[in-house]
Design a protein around this ligand. Structure first.
Ligand SMILES: Nc1ccn([C@@H]2O[C@H](COP(=O)(O)OP(=O)(O)OP(=O)(O)O)[C@@H](O)[C@H]2O)c(=O)n1
Ligand SMILES: C[C@](O)(CO)[C@H](O)COP(=O)(O)O
Length: 227
């Protein structure tokens, strides 16, 4: 399976002075933990990393230090996650017919999750890892008044990996560009184009390291995993 890792963000919500993927987390960078999971997943055969030029030397050094056995390609990132994935899709080898996309910031995803998504992607054109929401979710209007309480049984929190047929996702991204859709994940483009997106059970621990609080929680989870 081909894997694209969007890693071209800046980490504004982390409040760091550099890409948050370069922050230390339990002795490794966030980026290194993500790469290690991809390396340990038998189903992943090729890794493309979308990053900003300023971060590339650091990312290359980290990847080199991990002695990865899989081909790793660095790709110019874009101004948004959507643009970074667009660039990643253009850089896939022509023989790539399916692809997994996994946020560099979701550094706690297990190799087993990658493998489950890979296996499932043989059976459908699009999928996302997701978990059922535990909270009661309120929809709120512009005046901060609750307008609706959707049935929780229908609500799932989207994660990555997200996997797709390459040709279909490329045309969804092209349409997104033409129609100026702005989305926060690739599944949203698939959905807007009327294509089905299947759910694969995600992982409670597969959080996206977004804020300093997430960093502390991620550190706790990683320490628990260490023998
Ligand atoms: N222009 C961008 C923006 C984000 N990402 C990547 O998309 C993933 C999810 O984005 P997020 O967690 O929001 O990262 P940042 O954009 O870095 O964070 P923030 O929104 O707080 O600035 C991250 O792995 C991030 O590096 C990307 O490849 N290109
Ligand atoms: C793709 C994603 O990780 C799914 O949960 C998420 O949508 C990334 O979006 P963010 O707005 O950058 O948090």
């Amino acid at each position: 399976m081909y894997l694209l890792i969007p890693a071209a963000g800046s980490g504004k919500r982390m409040g760091a002075d550099r890409n948050k993927l370069l922050i230390d987390l339990a002795g490794e960078t966030i980026f290194a933990w993500t790469l290690k999971a991809a390396q340990a997943s038998p189903s992943i055969a090729w890794i493309g990393i979308m990053c900003q030029p300023i971060d590339r030397p650091d990312f290359e050094a980290i990847a080199q230090g991990l002695h990865l056995t899989k081909p790793v390609v660095f790709i110019q990132g874009g101004d948004t996650r959507q643009a970074s994935v667009y660039n990643g899709l253009q850089a896939l080898p022509p023989e790539a017919d399916r692809v997994l996309i996994h946020d560099g910031a979701r550094c706690l995803a297990t190799p087993e999750l990658f493998d489950r998504c890979t296996a499932e992607l043989a059976t459908c054109p699009g999928l996302i890892a997701a978990i059922p929401v535990k909270d009661t979710i309120k929809q709120v209007d512009a005046n901060q008044i609750v307008s609706n309480t959707p049935d929780r049984a229908t609500l799932w929190a989207a994660q990555t990996p997200q996997g797709f047929e390459v040709a279909a996702l490329k045309s969804c991204h092209d349409r997104g560009l033409t129609e100026q859709w702005e989305v926060t994940d690739d599944a949203a483009l698939f959905e807007r184009c009327g294509l089905p997106v299947k759910i694969v059970m995600g992982e409670e621990t597969n959080l996206k390291v977004t804020t300093p609080q997430d960093l502390a929680i991620a550190e706790f989870i990683l320490r628990q995993r260490q023998p």
